[in-house]
Design a protein around this ligand. Structure first.
Ligand code: UDX
Length: 450
């Protein structure tokens, strides 16, 4: 089995690398010559735990190669995966399909022998058929089938998500295409992964429905958290009480500053746009988009309130900028709303993120970039945790109180416990839980840990 992966971004690179680990010959193709040259030199353009090692082993074995030559790569392949970006189109929220269509047009004349063209990119319902039409028009004699095979990879745990998925969804409409896709995913049969065969449209919609549902779950608990703060309830206990109900499930009920990343924001917008276009509005998804935007704005206000109602002339230490830990991805990160809001209110921001600062520097202005968490705290009036990197879960709290001008901590991910923070001498504000004041006699604590 020979596989060509068109697009060596996040999804293409992880998928291609994992498939070479399965034992297939994989060539990852990209138009970006600098990226391909770097990959050939063993440099990985993204931070994803475990990926660098896997790329190295498979590249050394010769099963994983990189190329800018789409035509040759496609000609040799039994399966060609399209894994190019589908960003939100400005103005209307629809997924921008220009990269997908351009890939289809370019690969069509290069097809040799029976080939399955697999759409991995997240695309609106109907795109698979469009892609088939484009290929047929560009290469009327080509022998091919188009298949939809959405990805469900989470950044930060993408390798494990690929190797041990909850399910694989394949939208294929001929036995030949189904057979080839079964061969691609045969290594997962060992883990008894359910492989669902459906139509193209069903597979395409399953991806949007799954992501929008998870985004709604996060947004739901965020709104419950806001209510908890007003009525004096504890959102962690509410989430646990809900999550123990097997029909609800405990996952994705962790309240925070709002979802971000490369998928939830664009996929909720795209599903809402598809609903409008089809005359079947996705009113829940539309509400999720709005509530999540407001949530990020509310986080800036929450921090200002925790600082006594004003941050004018104050310095705020910010820990964590990426949309979640274990990634360097800053796309739609809550920090991109929160940091400018603090600055607009007159604050100076000192920030640190273990992996995201390279990208953050391009997106945030006038920030003092720090070497580590303690450097960020040095002389600051308050400490804010936006992203729950492990490195922030066991801070030296004595050192923190010494470095900070005032012991104010705003923990937007609930990684510490209010009682411990009070005991350590902090004025502590978290999400959906009562604020705590410093205990009368602070005791020495080196780590928290909810
Ligand atoms: C998501 C989907 O999980 C994955 O299946 C899909 O293919 C791509 O989109 P990803 O964006 O990498 O993956 O991150 P995920 O772990 O799902 O988190 C998304 C956002 O929700 C993050 O901003 C995260 O901080 C937030 N989140 C998640 C919460 O605030 N609370 C939770 O309980 C879970």
């Amino acid at each position: 089995m020979r596989i060509a992966m068109i697009g060596s971004g996040y999804v293409g690179l992880v998928t291609g690398t994992c498939m070479s680990e399965f034992g297939f010959d994989v060539v990852c193709v990209d138009k970006d010559a600098a990226k391909i040259a770097a990959l050939k030199d063993g440099e990985i353009p993204i931070f994803e735990p475990g990926l660098a090692d896997l790329v190295q082993t498979n590249a050394e074995s010769g099963r994983l190669t990189f190329s800018t030559d789409l035509a040759t790569s496609v000609a040799d392949a039994d399966a060609v995966f399209i894994a190019v970006g589908t960003p939100s189109r400005h103005g209307d929220g629809f997924a921008d399909l220009s990269y997908v269509y351009a890939a289809a047009e370019e690969l069509a004349p290069a097809l040799r022998g029976y080939t399955v063209v697999v759409d991995k990119s997240t695309v609106p319902v109907g795109t698979g058929r469009e892609v088939a039409g484009i290929i047929r028009k560009a290469a009327p004699n080509a022998d091919f089938d188009v298949v939809s095979n959405p990805e469900f990879l989470r950044e930060g745990s993408a390798i494990n998500d690929f190797m041990r998925p909850d399910r694989v969804v394949v939208g294929a409409e001929t036995e030949r295409a189904e057979g080839l896709m079964e061969e691609v995913y045969r290594p997962l049969f060992l883990h008894e992964t359910p492989i669902m065969m459906t139509t193209l449209e069903t597979a395409e919609l399953t991806k949007y429905a799954a992501n929008a549902f998870l985004a709604a779950k996060v947004t739901f608990i965020n709104e419950i958290a806001a209510l908890c703060e007003i009525v004096g309830a504890d959102v962690q206990d509410v989430a646990r009480g809900m999550g123990l109900d097997g029909r609800i499930g405990a996952k994705f009920l962790h309240a925070g500053p709002g979802f971000g990343g490369s998928c939830f924001p664009k996929d909720t917008l795209a599903l809402a746009a598809q609903g409008q276009k089809a005359g079947s509005p996705m009113s829940i998804v539309e509400a999720v988009v709005q509530a999540n935007d407001s949530r990020k704005v509310a986080m800036g206000e929450k921090i200002i309130a925790a600082c006594g109602g004003s941050v004018e002339g104050k310095t705020i230490a910010v820990l964590g900028l990426t949309f979640k830990p274990n990634t360097d991805d800053m796309r739609a990160a809550p920090s991109l709303v929160i940091v400018p809001a603090l600055q607009a209110a007159g604050a100076t921001v000192r920030a640190y993120d273990p992996e995201g600062m390279g990208e953050a520097k391009e997106l945030l202005a006038h920030v003092t970039w720090c070497d580590d968490a303690y450097d960020a705290m040095d002389g600051a009036d308050a400490l804010v945790i936006i992203t729950e990197w492990n490195a922030f879960r066991s801070l030296d709290l004595d050192r923190a109180t010494q470095l900070l001008k005032s012991p104010i901590m705003v923990d937007l991910r609930n990684i510490y416990s209010p009682e411990e923070m009070a005991a350590a001498g902090f004025e502590y504000t978290s999400i959906g839980r009562p604020d705590t004041k410093p205990a009368a006699q602070p005791r020495s604590v080196t780590s928290g840990g909810a």
